[in-house]
Design a protein around this ligand. Structure first.
Ligand code: LLP
Length: 422
């Protein structure tokens, strides 16, 4: 993406604005597929990273499946044209209606996260006279060595079931008329920069698969989750080819189709959040650059202290004349916090970064915001959500309109007294 195209799109669609590079997204998908091409494999893109419908239909055309974590994600995937037999549904708390809908949709399988859920699925499938295809999410109790909020493979995390429970659940499911155990799943965390914990988990899971085979429980799929980290700053990342080779080797001759669930790796580096400088301010030796994007647009810095690259684009514009009484003799401070307009001290996009002097109207580009950016955005402080634009083979496409004030209040209305019907 060139600076000129960013400036032009920011002028046309206003800021804050998400821009995605769909060609880059395609490259990442092909890279993943290439790495696993030696085996039967299915890339189920993790919608939670970014579930824009245009993006999903673009991925459907690239033969991707979908890893969904709510029934609405399942519906979005189907709506976008992802075939049902390539959709899997995970999540620690599915309610009865979700399970019913998932069984009705006839997706590939449901990832089961607890014994109670297994029984729930069985009784719902029985009532519907169905055979529920399931996979069990195993928690291998391996430290993924990532931020604690996005670590999921330890006993203390709420995800999956321990190995012993999993074995009992497979035996139970195999004897049930309404359950069909066809897969096994693990996912130990996100933004992983070292594949060792994944391989350790893989070994444990493969041992369990062999044990199940001895019990004549013959699985078809091994779902190895997502989690491959990306470069936000100067991180050393996992080499995809060696990762795939490690997985294939660990399979140790098992004839299972591999499901991978990458989210961040596909979209993370292929999206930016473009915002405008509102103005700068100095608070007794501390410099702030206030922009029109905030934690409601990109929560990652506030929530995980995540660091995103920042680029400043200077725009030719007239600055306001400062009257002498308001002029301050501030020595320039080269470091600044980039903050948003939200009423929280935790509302920042970057802290203490070297930043040239900026002026109102300049652009601040927040890099690598394609994953868990828009999908985690909110209406906090009654702010409306950003627009999203995609660049596809040099052409731009508005893929999500900016929310309006009317959109914001569409589900509410003022309370006008006791006789007021909603
Ligand atoms: N599969 C499962 C079961 C998951 O829980 C996740 C992510 C993925 C796949 C996709 O992981 P990825 O390839 O994107 O790392 N909001 C956080 C990330 C939360 C990840 C949750 N699970 C962030 O902004 O860093």
């Amino acid at each position: 993406m060139t600076q000129d195209s960013i400036i032009q799109l920011a002028q046309k669609y206003k800021t804050p604005l998400y821009i995605y590079d769909f060609d880059g997204i395609k490259d990442r998908v092909l890279e993943f597929k290439q790495a696993f091409k030696a085996r039967k494999s299915l890339l189920c893109y993790a919608l939670k990273a970014n579930s824009n419908l245009s993006l999903l239909s673009f991925l459907a055309k690239l033969d991707c499946g979908a890893d969904c974590v709510s029934i609405n994600e399942v519906k979005k995937a189907i709506l976008a044209g992802i075939p049902k037999y390539k959709i899997i549904y995970s999540g620690v708390g599915k309610n009865d209606d979700d399970i019913k809908e998932a069984l009705d949709s006839d997706i590939l399988f449901i990832n089961v996260e607890s014994k109670m859920e297994l029984l729930r699925i069985e009784s719902i499938a029985k009532a519907m006279n169905k055979h529920a295809r399931i996979s069990i999410r195993v928690n291998p109790d391996v430290d993924a060595k990532t931020h604690p909020y996005i670590s999921t493979g330890l006993r203390e995390n709420k995800f999956g079931v321990d190995m012993e429970s999993a074995k009992a659940m497979y035996i139970y499911a195999n004897n049930s008329k309404h359950l069909n155990p066809i897969g096994i799943h693990f996912h130990i965390g996100s933004q992983l920069l070292d594949s060792t914990p994944i391989m350790q988990s893989m070994e444990k899971i493969v041992d369990l698969v062999f044990l199940l085979l001895a019990l004549k429980i013959d699985l078809k799929f091994i779902d190895i989750g997502g989690g491959i980290g990306i470069k936000y700053e100067n991180e050393e990342t996992i080499d995809l080819y060696s990762y795939a080779q490690g997985i294939l080797k660990a399979l140790n001759g098992l004839d299972l189709s591999i499901i991978v669930e990458p989210g961040r790796y596909i979209v993370g580096n292929n999206g930016i959040l473009v915002s405008k400088v509102i103005y700068e301010k100095y608070n007794k030796g501390k410099r702030f650059c206030i922009i029109d994007a905030a934690m409601n647009d990109l929560l990652r810095p506030s929530l995980y202290n995540a660091k995103h690259g920042i680029t400043h684009i200077s725009i030719d514009s007239k600055s306001l004349e400062i009257p002498p009484i308001l002029s301050e003799k501030n020595d320039f401070i080269d470091k600044a916090d980039i903050v948003g307009p939200i009423c929280e001290s935790g509302d920042y996009l970057a802290k203490d970064i070297i930043l040239p002097p900026t002026k109102s109207g300049d652009l601040i580009v927040i890099q690598s915001a394609g994953a868990y950016g828009f999908s985690m955005s909110s209406n906090y402080n009654s702010r409306t959500k950003c627009a999203e634009v995609a660049l596809i083979e040099g052409k731009e496409k508005l893929i999500c309109k900016r929310e309006s004030f009317e959109d914001l209040i569409a589900k509410e209305k003022p309370y006008l007294g006791d006789n007021d019907e909603f």
